[in-house]
Design a binder for this molecule. Structure first.
Ligand code: PLP
Length: 462
């Protein structure tokens, strides 16, 4: 009998408890305090999913307003993606692209991504996760500058509250919340403040704050010495850092500075890519001209691990014409099954106009989110497309944050979970990033449950 059927059987409680105990005995969860998890009695076991809903082993149905980890763009239960994997596994389950070989889906996906992504990004390097994509980019950037005769250009400048992944390099690119363990950041990674108007800039008007936040890059370049700086990396909108949407003045100024000091611009679209903001890529909102771009998550809607580095013409030209062999790659780079699934996923996004849906339903979501602004716990709501954030504060009038930050957000997240909703908490900011198949009815359900969770949280604090 399949494990999932055993769990679903009448009286399957023993099976569930057995699985939960085995989980505690053997599985070290990512980003988890294992001791605290054990003290709470263990984990919630998710057994199946459909559309925007997940079900746990106890049969509870939950609206997943986080699309897993910002990734299940086409929603759960897509037969077409299972069929694409099945067919490709039977045809050719694996072959690599190391030794002058390739496979048809790998080539087709590279071709498709070159057509889909913003102009000038015409070459692709495949990896398996967002972290690996960003590692790859750092290696490419350093190789590029060495080939251009400027090997001393090694420093990559990133931002506080950034999240670019968990490998040593990707965690170094991330903000200082990732640096307390493991001797990070590695040398030659530096950081500037984020364009977080609500948290850092309310004494200024947003446009002036956006410009000044960008000018921190120029100050950092001058402090380090322009000849040492290789690149700047940023998410168009900082997701895991708390849904930080920069003022419109921010990116033009960042791009001006990159051009002026001849610094490469790396855009991390791991969250924002593939329709999340109501455009295929958030770069389109800000007219970003990336030299390199990282993609993952929505590329396969999370059905299978795959990521991609889009390489702009300037860097690709140097790597190809002067680079010789690039000593970098993964066993699963361009994996044919992952590429076949990604191709089918992109076909679905296009055929069902899920990017358009993210824009339209996004307008409805943003409108309804505004209704929460009157809640006593809510300092600000913000969002774009199918991304939303609800900032919880201690003093609404003065916009004072809770201290320490994070406890109230976690409490609210737990109330959501207990009442059939997944929202994520970043510090005390509640995050919404649902599948792109969301309808206005799903938004209504989300809002009802979100308000209940806010009320329960406020009641706890009273
Ligand atoms: N970049 C961004 C913007 C992310 O949000 C994430 C993951 O959440 C990553 C990179 C790392 O991706 P992965 O978890 O696939 O390594």
């Amino acid at each position: 009998m399949r494990e999932v059927d055993m769990l679903a059987r009448d009286g399957g409680r023993a099976a569930v408890e057995g699985l939960r105990a085995a989980d505690l005995r053997h599985y070290l969860h990512p980003f988890t305090d294992s001791r605290a998890l054990a003290a709470e009695g263990g984990t919630r076991i998710i057994t199946r999913a459909h559309g925007p809903y997940i079900w746990d082993a106890e049969g509870r149905k939950t609206l997943d307003a986080m699309a897993g980890l910002w990734c299940v763009n086409v929603g759960y239960g897509r037969q077409e993606l299972a069929a694409a994997a099945h067919e490709q596994m039977l045809e050719l389950p694996y072959y690599n692209s190391f030794f002058k070989t390739t496979t048809p889906p790998t080539v087709r996906l590279a071709e498709r991504l070159a057509a889909l992504t913003p102009e000038g990004l015409n070459h692709v390097f495949f990896a398996d996760s967002g972290s690996e994509a960003n590692d790859t980019i750092v290696r490419m950037v350093r190789h590029y500058w060495a080939l251009e005769g400027q090997p001393e250009r090694r420093v990559i400048i990133s931002r506080e509250y950034a999240y670019h992944g968990s490998t040593m390099v990707a965690a170094s690119l991330s903000g200082s919340h990732m640096h307390s363990q493991g001797g990070l950041p590695l040398p030659d990674f530096d950081h500037i403040a984020p364009p977080y108007w609500y948290g850092r800039g309310r004494d200024m008007d947003p446009a002036a704050f956006g410009r000044s936040a960008a000018q921190a890059l120029e100050a950092k370049i001058l402090e380090l010495g322009a000849g040492r700086v290789a690149a700047f990396i940023g998410e168009p909108i900082q997701g895991s850092g708390g849904m930080i949407i920069p003022p419109d003045t921010y990116w033009p100024e960042i791009q001006r500075i990159c051009r002026e000091y001849d610094i490469l611009l790396i855009v991390d679209e791991v969250i924002t890519g593939f329709g999340r903001t109501g455009r295929w890529f958030a770069s389109e909102h800000y007219d970003l001209k990336a030299d390199l771009m990282s993609l993952a998550k929505g590329l396969s809607s999370g059905y299978i691990p795959i990521s991609a580095v889009m390489v702009g013409d300037r860097v690709a030209h140097t790597l190809i014409e002067k680079g010789g062999e690039f000593f970098h790659g993964f066993t699963y780079s361009g994996h044919p099954v992952a590429c076949a699934v990604a191709l089918e996923n992109l076909r679905i996004i296009e055929a069902e106009d899920l990017v358009g849906n993210a824009a339209h339903t996004g307008i409805y979501l943003q409108g309804r989110l505004q209704e929460l602004a009157d809640h006593p716990l809510v300092g600000e709501v913000r969002g774009i497309g199918l991304l939303g954030a609800i900032e919880l504060v201690q003093d609404k009038e003065r916009g004072e944050f809770f201290s320490p930050q994070g406890e109230v957000g976690t409490r609210c997240r737990d109330h959501c979970f207990q009442n059939g909703l997944v929202m994520r908490a970043v510090r005390d900011t509640m995050i919404i990033s649902p599948p792109l198949i969301f309808t206005p009815a799903h938004v209504d359900e989300l809002m009802e449950k979100a308000r209940l969770a806010l009320d329960l949280t406020a009641r706890d604090l009273a």
